[in-house]
Design a protein. Structure first.
Lengths: 111, 115
């Protein structure tokens, strides 16, 4: 079955700096890769996703890149703000079926 | 419109009791997922329903766990003979699954505490 690894487990950056979180997956059939943000005590919310027919997707300060050959994808947050502090989860899925999540990255943006 | 709702929001039970957790997905969403999240941990997949197809139960941790989805809408996750290690937040999510729209929308979760 699918296995998703995520690094780093914790990340601290200064406000205004960039943050990068990386995930690898094992099943080459996976074709949908979402990223979720979960604030303390709240539900996960989708922040960006990418499909296997695209190499990069950007939405304002957030971008995701996908390397199908190497089976890894990354989340990039630029100009970080304190409200970006949260736990971020990556996931891999085939056509929206069985989602496998990474273990999460706790991002702290220091003022 | 209304999002995914779950009930109860909190459930405290004694070891050995059965519990039922309810999920109301977004209207029209054909896919429904259950996850378990232990404190400070990631999301553990439990079960997935898609339309009228047989559910994918590959994530259920033991035969004490079961789930059903009646009429393609509301779902109930049942845990029999609860154990202390079952304590976690149980999250439900739904997805439209039409035209390749796979985005999952999560409910607020049910926090289960087994004493």
């Amino acid at each position: 079955g699918e296995n998703v690894e995520q690094h780093p487990s914790t990340l601290s950056v200064q406000e205004g700096d960039s943050a990068v979180i990386k995930c690898t997956y094992s099943d080459s059939a996976s074709n949908y890769f979402p990223w979720y943000k979960q604030e303390l005590g709240k539900r996960p919310q989708l922040i960006i996703d990418i499909r296997s027919n695209v190499g990069e997707k950007k939405d304002q300060r957030i971008a995701v890149t996908l390397n199908k050959t190497a089976k890894h994808f990354s989340l990039h947050i630029t100009e970080t703000q304190p409200e970006d502090s949260a736990v971020y989860f990556c996931a891999a899925s085939y056509n929206g079926q069985n989602f496998v999540f990474g273990p999460g990255t706790r991002l702290s943006v220091l003022p | 419109g209304a999002g995914v709702s779950q009930s109860p929001s909190n459930k405290v039970t004694e070891k050995g009791k059965d519990v039922e957790l309810r999920c109301d997905p977004i209207s029209g969403h054909t896919a429904l997922y259950w996850y378990r999240q232990s404190l400070g941990q990631g999301l553990e997949f439990l079960i997935y329903f898609q339309g009228n197809s047989a559910p994918d139960k590959s994530g259920l941790p033991s035969d004490r766990f079961s789930a059903e989805r009646t009429g393609g809408s509301v779902s109930t996750l049942t845990i029999q003979r609860t154990q202390q290690e079952d304590s976690a937040v149980y999250l439900c999510a739904s997805s439209l699954m039409a035209s390749g729209n796979n985005e999952q929308f999560f409910g607020p979760g049910t926090r289960l505490t087994v004493l």
